[in-house]
Design a protein around this ligand. Structure first.
Ligand SMILES: [Zn+2]
Length: 321
C-alpha cells in the first residue's frame, strides 16, 4: 500500500548511531525524545495524535522526525512505542489509535521514513526502560507494571524484554479478578474495554480506583479528592482504599505466581499515591502461599519519560544485536 504521505529525505549516514529518537504514541499525543547512545535525554516535545486518518497519523510521525533532524542535523535510529498489540509481522490492533488497527505500521513507517524502525507496546517498553538504568537496574528479573488509565506491564530478564509468542506477555490487567474478592466486597462483575468480562483492569486502573471510591459511597469519582479524603481519615476513602488495595494486591500476586520476578517497578498515575506503594507488599502477601514473599516493589524512576526512553532502548538493542 502506498500512503499519501509527504515522504522525508533519506536520513544521512544511517550507520552513524550517535543519536536515537524514541517516539511514544499515546491515544491523545505523540512524544518524541532525542537521546544519546548513553540514553541521555537531549530534548523532547509532543504533538496531538491523529486517531481517525491513518495517513495523517503516519505523516505526523514523519513530521516529528523531520523536526528532530532539523534541530539536531544528525542521522538517527528510531524506536517507537504505542498502545495495543503489534504482532511480529508489524500488524497493529489498538483501541487507542483506531486508525492504525489492521495496518502494517512497521512496513509503512519503514517506507515513509526510509529507515528500519523498531516498534513495541508502550507498557512493555516502560518495563524495558525501568529494567535498563531505571528503578530495576541491577535486578535480573524485572516486572514493570503501569497503573494508570489501564493496567498493563512487561517482563524483562537481564535487561531484555520477554516478548512471548504473540507479544502480549505482561497483560496482567486482563487476568480474571479473584472470585473470593468479588464475593468479599459484594462487587459487580464489570465488563472490560478489551472485550472480556471480569478483568482486573476495570477495578485496579485509575478509573477503576475512582469507580470503587464512588461504589463505597463517595459523591464523585475524583481520585485527587479520594487522596485528600484518605489523608484526612475519611471512612469512605479508607474503606475504598482497603478494597482497592486488596484487588491490586491480588492482581500482583497473580503476576508474581506467573513470572516470579526479583522486583516489580510500578508507574502510572496511581503509583504517585504514597499509600499505594507503601502498603502494596502487605496486601500482595495476603494473596501468596505461606512462606512466599512479595518481591521488592519500587516506584518508577523515569515516570512520564519512560515511554520515549523505552522506545529508544528497544531500537538501540536491535542495532546492537
Ligand atoms: Zn480486559
Amino acid at each position: 500500500m502506498t500512503l499519501a504521505v509527504k515522504s522525508i529525505a533519506p536520513i544521512r549516514g544511517q550507520d552513524d548511531k550517535s543519536i536515537i529518537y524514541g517516539l511514544d504514541i499515546g491515544g491523545t499525543k505523540i512524544e518524541i525524545g532525542v537521546f544519546t547512545q548513553e540514553l541521555q535525554l537531549l530534548d523532547s516535545w509532543r504533538t496531538p495524535t491523529p486517531t481517525k486518518s491513518y495517513s495523517e497519523f503516519v505523516q505526523t510521525i514523519c513530521n516529528l522526525v523531520i523536526e528532530a533532524n532539523d534541530r539536531y542535523a544528525k542521522s538517527a535510529i528510531i524506536g517507537i512505542g504505542m498502545p495495543g498489540i503489534i504482532d511480529k509481522n508489524g500488524l497493529v490492533k489498538s483501541a487507542n489509535v483506531p486508525c492504525s488497527t489492521g495496518k502494517n505500521i512497521v512496513e509503512d513507517l519503514n517506507e515513509a521514513l526510509h529507515c528500519e524502525v523498531s516498534i513495541g507496546n508502550d507498557c512493555r517498553l516502560f518495563a524495558l526502560s525501568e529494567s535498563v538504568g531505571g528503578a530495576g537496574d541491577g535486578y535480573k528479573r524485572v516486572y514493570g507494571a503501569i497503573i494508570g488509565t489501564g493496567a498493563a506491564g512487561g517482563f524483562c530478564i537481564d535487561g531484555q524484554l520477554y516478548n512471548g509468542r504473540s507479544g502480549f506477555a505482561g497483560e496482567y490487567g486482563h487476568l480474571p479478578v479473584s472470585a473470593y474478592l468479588i464475593d468479599k466486597y459484594d462487587l459487580p462483575i464489570k465488563a472490560c474495554g478489551c472485550g472480556l468480562t471480569g478483568c482486573y483492569e476495570a477495578y485496579v486502573s485509575g478509573p477503576g480506583l475512582a469507580w470503587i471510591y464512588q461504589y463505597f459511597g463517595a459523591k464523585n469519582r475524583d481520585t485527587y479528592h479520594f487522596v485528600q479524603q484518605l489523608n484526612a481519615g475519611d471512612e469512605i476513602a479508607k474503606t475504598a482504599f482497603n478494597c482497592y488495595m486488596d484487588l491490586l494486591g491480588a492482581s500482583f500476586a497473580s503476576l508474581i505466581l506467573s513470572y516470579d520476578p526479583d522486583i516489580i517497578v510500578v508507574g502510572g498515575g496511581v503509583s504517585k499515591i504514597d499509600q499505594v506503594i507503601e502498603s502494596l507488599p502487605s496486601f500482595v502477601n495476603n494473596h501468596l502461599f505461606s512462606g512466599v514473599h512479595c518481591p521488592v516493589i519500587k516506584r518508577a524512576k523515569y515516570g512520564d519519560s519512560s515511554g520515549v526512553r523505552g522506545a529508544a532502548i528497544l531500537r538501540k538493542q536491535f542495532s546492537e544485536s
